[in-house]
Design a protein around this ligand. Structure first.
Ligand SMILES: [Zn+2]
Length: 367
């Protein structure tokens, strides 16, 4: 039953691939008062006289297509890591708003799409924001972009600047917008969302809904993208908590997770509601079509590629949060491949000043 709950990465959940092969029956995890003792198979190497430890997760192996390391809600896409996806499960934001009766925010038009699993967390975040401030001016001003559309934005920028390379628009294939997991807010009064005033609530609380403020001034040296308080990236609740509470960026998080390999210590995360999670990394077997990924027995979990060198397994020890439950395709179909889910071109070229000193830095604007 849990397989169908697997959020964005159901395609990688691979419940069907499981084989009866106990991978590590002596894994010990830290004690959690929230741990529910489900009926774990009694496979243990401990002596028969020992009581089974209820805090112990059991694992079995799951074969995952190695190329799936390029998919999932934790993929890292930046100047150094190209996006190779292509079968996004997209929904139209405005169509979903119509369907769910939400009128407190909008998108530029019906072609603005995002990954299906992102819609509900986004809508609930905006709904909570609206209920707090009665502010209904939020508009999604950037969302999924096809690589073709990113190419168009890039070419337009080159044409505008006369430069051979753009420092303002991400190269086609290298924009997080192409994943469908990122969106940009604007507001309909001045079209100038900066995450201050009422909107500060969004930037401060978005992690509770599974989003991170992807590009901050402090991390500009790492992300190579300027401060963008309007650009949000979906990574899922436990990861958004960890990233935000530890003040790191996605690049640093993906790197950090490499030290939490399956065989070693796993990363424990607890959210504000007390739900606990366990996260670990499994390197991809790049010499093979499939990678054997250990997954927990009897617990809900998701597997996401990191788009670089492996898979990140998230174990929902107390179950998947309501907000994250999503069945692929359940949000209704939409013409997923619309090509113009981007911004007004004028926005991109507006402030390309004639100042051609290269001091706008190495940073790309991630429109
Ligand atoms: Zn953006």
């Amino acid at each position: 039953m849990y397989a169908q709950l697997i959020a964005c990465v159901a395609v990688l959940g691979a419940g069907a691939y499981m084989v009866k092969n106990v991978f590590d029956d002596s894994k010990t995890v830290s004690q959690s008062p929230y741990y529910e003792d489900t009926e774990l198979p009694e496979i243990t190497t401990e002596q028969a006289t020992t009581e089974p430890d209820p805090n112990k997760l059991l694992f079995e192996s799951s074969n995952i297509a190695t190329k799936d390391k390029y998919k999932g809600d934790l993929i890292l896409v930046n100047n150094d890591h190209q996006y190779f996806g292509g079968d996004e499960d997209l929904v139209s934001i405005m169509e979903m708003n119509d369907k769910t009766g939400r009128d407190f925010f909008t998108a530029v038009d019906y072609t603005y799409t995002i990954q299906g699993c992102v819609y509900e967390p986004l809508a609930q975040m905006v709904e909570d924001f609206y209920n707090k401030y009665f502010n209904d001016t939020l508009i999604i001003y950037g969302s999924f972009r096809s690589t073709e559309f990113q190419q168009q934005l890039y070419d337009d920028d080159l044409a505008n600047t006369g430069e051979g390379e753009s420092t303002r628009v991400a190269k086609p294939g290298f924009s997080e917008h192409e994943t469908g997991y990122a969106f940009d807010f604007s507001e309909t009064e001045n079209y100038d969302y900066d995450g201050t005033g009422d909107f500060a609530w969004i930037n401060e609380n978005c992690f509770k809904y599974g989003f991170i403020v992807r590009y901050t001034e402090e991390k500009e040296g790492i992300t190579q993208i300027q401060d963008e308080p309007w650009h949000f990236r979906y990574v899922g609740i436990p990861h958004a908590y960890y990233i935000t509470k530890n003040g790191i960026c996605l690049e640093e998080y993906i790197d950090l997770l490499r030290s939490y390999v399956y065989e070693g210590e796993h990363l424990d995360i607890t959210d504000d509601s007390g739900k606990s999670y366990e996260v670990y990394f499994v390197p991809s077997d790049d010499g093979s079509d499939t990678t054997m990924v250990p997954v927990p027995v009897g617990k809900e979990y998701t597997i996401s590629g990191n788009n670089v060198d492996g898979f990140i397994v998230t174990v929902y020890k107390d179950g998947i949060p309501e907000l994250m439950k999503y069945e692929p395709g359940s949000a209704g179909s939409s013409s997923g491949d619309s090509e113009n889910s981007g911004e007004d071109d004028s926005d991109v070229s507006d402030d390309s000043s004639t100042d051609d000193t290269a001091d706008s830095g190495e940073d790309s604007a991630e429109y």
